[in-house]
Design a protein around this ligand. Structure first.
Ligand code: HEC
Length: 121
């Protein structure tokens, strides 16, 4: 699959999810449990401890303050767009996904270049 096709699918999936999101808000999440699962299930190995994103075969997107609606977020876990491994309900319940979703909203994300001292010498 070309990079463009992959991006087109992710965009299409996200747009579809936006339409659904207005009908269904994210369930309440427990950020402490979300953090535990984010670390235990290895999300951090690709998406970073600060949710800053990283690299796998292609880019692993920034998750901090994700703009994805809950349904789009969950759909990526159940049916990943491309290279990400799937997380079925057998290993990650819908409540676990809600907890991770709540947790990533609290993550700082990448640091701006202007805030990294060594880059400003
Ligand atoms: C082995 C690396 C890897 C692991 C582990 C991983 N991801 Fe991903 N993730 C990716 C990649 C690469 C993508 C880009 C789309 C794709 O390849 O499916 C992605 C995409 C996403 C997206 C879509 C983000 C967007 O803005 O489009 C979400 C949400 C997500 N991952 C959440 C998670 C969560 C939560 C976990 C842990 C339960 C996790 N990922 C574990 C590599 C990973």
């Amino acid at each position: 699959m070309t990079g463009f096709t992959r991006i087109a699918i992710v965009v299409a999936a996200s747009l579809g999810a936006v339409a659904l999101a207005s009908a269904q808000d994210a369930p309440k999440g427990d950020t402490a449990n979300g953090k535990r699962i984010y670390l235990a299930d290895g999300c951090f190995t690709c998406h970073g401890r600060a949710g800053q994103g990283g690299a796998y075969n292609g880019p692993a997107p920034i998750l901090a303050h994700t703009a994805l609606p809950f349904d789009g977020f969950k759909n990526q876990l159940r049916n990943p767009a491309d290279d990400m491994p799937a997380f079925s309900t057998a290993v990650l319940s819908d409540q676990d996904v809600a907890d991770i979703y709540a947790f990533v909203q609290t993550l700082p994300g990448p640091t701006a270049a202007k805030d990294i001292a060594i880059l400003n010498n």
